[in-house]
Write a protein that binds this ligand. Structure first.
Ligand code: SAM
Length: 233
């Protein structure tokens, strides 16, 4: 049984894809996607030896080694150019996911779809996609075991398309699709985040006021304002 979070990632894999799952850990995602006949083949990439070995064991135990290769290496270095058409990266920070994509740019020529599940800072990913010719085509936000997860899908295309001219900063932070849908998980996540920012702001008021602090305060106030606008619409 795969988590709802990873099942949602898999639901965006086009049928018949050759996928690479980077930071695969136990290789649950590629095993599920291949067993269900969604992915044709898969590469499970891991940079850490322990998870790499558990991925190998999982693939072997599931008798899927003819379709899934487990490779040890950093980010997209485990993928050869032209080898895959869909990449999944789940369960890491958004900044790390964006840096894996940035460092592996030369491997993306044959890739048509990216499915990314950042634990924090989805904004870093939206910014990277926008700057690198990837169009954000779908977003999901869901709650599982008390945690809220975001899943971003992007295709090669028109990176500006999902964004408006006036609300871009807000859309990059909150997600243009998620802002429209505004489901319970979305409201929960952003109510919590802005609550934390307000606490930080209150503590900043107690500290000695410097230019740097004032700049940081203004930034936080702007973010709180964007969130409150999105939640109250
Ligand atoms: N993708 C799985 C999931 O979503 O359940 C596992 C997530 S786990 C929290 C993150 C995994 O990414 C760890 O096993 C870690 O070793 C791996 N990882 C972190 N940085 C990586 C990198 N640069 N390249 C490959 N794997 C990486």
């Amino acid at each position: 049984q795969l988590s709802k979070r990873l099942e949602t990632v898999v639901s965006y894999i086009p049928k018949g894809s050759r996928i690479a799952d980077i930071g695969s850990d136990h290789a649950y995602l590629p095993c599920f996607a291949v067993r269900k006949g969604i992915a044709e083949t898969a590469i499970a990439g891991e940079v850490v030896k322990g998870p790499y070995l558990s991925a190998e064991k999982q693939v072997k135990d599931a008798c899927l080694h003819d379709k899934i290769e487990v490779r040890l290496g950093n980010g997209l270095e485990v993928v050869a150019p032209g080898e895959v058409d869909c990449i999944t990266i789940a369960g890491m920070g958004g900044a790390l996911i964006a840096s894996i994509l940035e460092e592996g740019k030369d491997k993306l020529a044959s890739v048509k779809r990216l499915i990314l599940q950042p634990n924090v800072s989805a904004k870093s990913i939206r910014v990277w996609l926008l700057q690198n010719g990837w169009e954000l085509t779908a977003e999901e936000i869901l709650e599982e075991d008390g945690k809220v997860y975001e899943i971003l899908t992007a295709d090669k295309g028109e990176p500006e398309r999902p964004y408006s001219r006036d609300e871009r900063q807000k859309e990059l932070l909150l997600g243009p699709f998620l802002m429209q849908e505004r489901n319970d998980a979305f409201s929960k996540k952003w109510t919590q985040e802005s609550g934390q920012w307000k606490n930080i702001l209150a503590n900043m008021e107690k500290a000695e006021q410097t230019d740097a602090l004032n700049e940081r305060k203004a930034e936080l106030m702007h973010k709180i304002q964007m969130v409150e606008e999105a939640l109250s619409k």
